[in-house]
Design a protein around this ligand. Structure first.
Ligand SMILES: *Cc1c(COP(=O)(O)O)cnc(C)c1O
Length: 495
């Protein structure tokens, strides 16, 4: 029997895994969740001997039950290959008593690669399964990071095209360079005269444009989204927690069935939700430690049971966590509401209308798996400095938020359970903030110069992703008005 997925806002909507991957979001606005969380029914001894790819198959096959073994293994092989700069894919590094799970060895040196390198393949297989003959056109608006990871994932994947819109003056020079140098016959990067919200709104409009949908279908195309709420991004993220646990056991760092804690620098709540699902599958995880930056909406939520986005948006040195609406939290809400779709829908309506909602005392009691805290900008920089000073290991600001919060957790609880900290970006992706935190003078020096110095002092090689854009030619120079977004897409598709 296939594992089906239902909408968090209407339990009667039930789809297969491949349909959920294709749709992304349910038509009622809800997120797809599996009807049950499958058990991790593989012996630890076996997992301990598996490669990342083999582990990925064991975990993902339990969720994507309408994929054949051959299909899923094909997706995994195409995703986790030499695009990653280490055969381990997600190595563990021990520093100052904790285990850093490095999720940044893919094409864009941040953890989004872990899922976005497989999503395109899951999507094309899903299309085939559901007799979709059209070419899939991914439309994305980006404030920097997701766009590049999606481009790298979809580049030259047969049966797909991808168009990324970004605010022409709203991303960092390195981020822009990363995108406009993207190779691939099926990719298009377009700057817009406007900010990120304009780009996002414009993309949403295109998704909802019925006339365009018909024109596209006639020409053999249909839109899809690589958004982080797609289960095709969530499920691949469960894999590395299982892999990390098995490696800790294989290396003699933990006993069989010994519990571990997991610390996750959190924005949209996708990464930590994957850890929660790993726990529900039976992986021995004790606490899920949710680390926020100064946009500490989640910390306040865990403290009070009230989610309130009515507050100032703060720009921090960990921009991928500068988020006030953590979309994936809805999946946890649904679960702690005992799968009550009406209660979930009512809270999400309150969120969209008033920017806040409150959970019931009964729901709060089910949050015992979680601990939340946050790190200020100063604390984050201090953490980077202290860890380097003590061990020589350099971490990026997102990871530093997690590391700092883990320190607070230890102070609060004295809990000696071993901990895995999700390390979500290479320090080379945020070279300037990292070098400033390390007390180096950065004024008047460009990011490549700083990367050279970082390489010297950390004793690590500059990643290919940074080396490449130093000299790469610009391949995309289209910039359009907001009102021209639709025509730009049609032009790219030859319509
Ligand atoms: C996206 C991102 C995060 C936040 O992950 P969520 O799944 O959105 O919680 C943390 N760190 C980095 C570097 C990211 O790119």
């Amino acid at each position: 029997m296939d594992l089906l997925y239902r909408s968090t806002r209407d339990s009667s909507v039930q789809v297969t895994a491949s349909q959920a991957v294709l749709k992304g979001l349910s038509a009622d606005g809800g997120l797809f969740v599996p009807n049950t969380i499958p058990a991790l029914d593989v012996e630890l001894e076996k997992l301990a001997e598996m490669s990342y790819q083999e582990t990925a198959y064991e975990v993902m096959s339990r969720f994507l039950t309408d994929f054949t073994e051959e299909e899923l293994k094909g997706c995994i092989e195409r995703a986790y290959d030499a695009k990653f700069d280490t055969p381990e894919i997600a190595p563990l590094v021990k520093a100052d008593g904790a285990y850093y799970l490095e999720l940044f060895h893919g094409a864009t040196i941040a953890f989004k690669d872990m899922a976005l390198s497989i999503l395109p393949h899951l999507m094309t297989v899903s299309a085939r399964k559901n007799q979709v003959k059209n070419e899939i056109v991914i439309l994305t608006a980006t404030s920097g990071d997701t766009g590049k990871a999606a481009l790298a994932g979809f580049a030259d994947v047969p049966g797909t095209r991808i168009v990324v819109f970004y605010p022409k003056n709203g991303v960092s020079p390195i981020q822009e360079k990363q995108m406009v140098t993207q190779k691939g016959a099926n990719v298009k990067v377009i700057g817009i005269h406007g900010n990120f919200d304009d780009a996002q709104t414009g993309v949403k409009k295109l998704f909802g444009d019925k006339a365009l949908e018909e024109e596209m279908a006639a020409a053999g195309f249909q839109f899809s989204s690589a958004n982080s709420i797609n289960i095709g991004r969530l499920i691949p993220q469960i894999v590395y927690y299982v892999y990390a646990y098995a490696k800790l056991y294989a290396n003699g760092e933990i006993e069989k069935n010994e519990k571990i804690n997991v610390v996750v620098p959190t924005g949209n709540f996708g990464n930590i939700l994957a850890a929660y699902y790993a726990k529900q599958m039976g992986l021995p995880i004790e606490k899920l430690i949710c680390a926020s930056n100064e946009n500490k909406v989640l910390f306040d939520f865990f403290q009070t049971g009230s989610y309130d986005k009515n507050r100032d948006f703060i720009l921090t040195s960990s921009p991928s966590m500068d988020i006030l609406i953590s979309s994936n939290l809805e999946r946890l809400i649904y679960r702690i509401a005992d799968s009550d779709d009406r209660a979930d829908a009512a809270m999400m309506k309150a969120l969209s209308e008033n920017g806040k909602y409150e959970i019931t005392p009964a729901m709060r009691e089910k949050l015992g798996d979680f601990y939340g805290n946050f790190a200020s900008e100063q604390e984050t920089a201090r953490t980077i400095f202290d860890l380097y000073d003590k061990t020589g290991y350099v971490i990026d600001p997102h990871t530093a938020v997690a590391s700092c919060v883990y320190g607070k957790y230890l102070k609060d609880t004295g809990d000696q359970t071993k901990a895995v900290i999700a390390s979500t970006a290479s320090p080379y992706k945020f070279t300037r903030s990292v070098m400033e935190a390390l007390g180096k003078s950065c004024e008047g020096r460009d990011d490549f110069e700083l990367a050279d110095e970082l390489s010297g002092l950390s004793g690590t090689e500059i990643p290919k992703a940074v080396e490449e854009i130093r000299t790469a030619p610009v391949l995309h120079d289209t910039v359009v008005e907001i009102s021209e977004m639709k025509n730009a897409v049609k032009k790219f598709l030859g319509m």
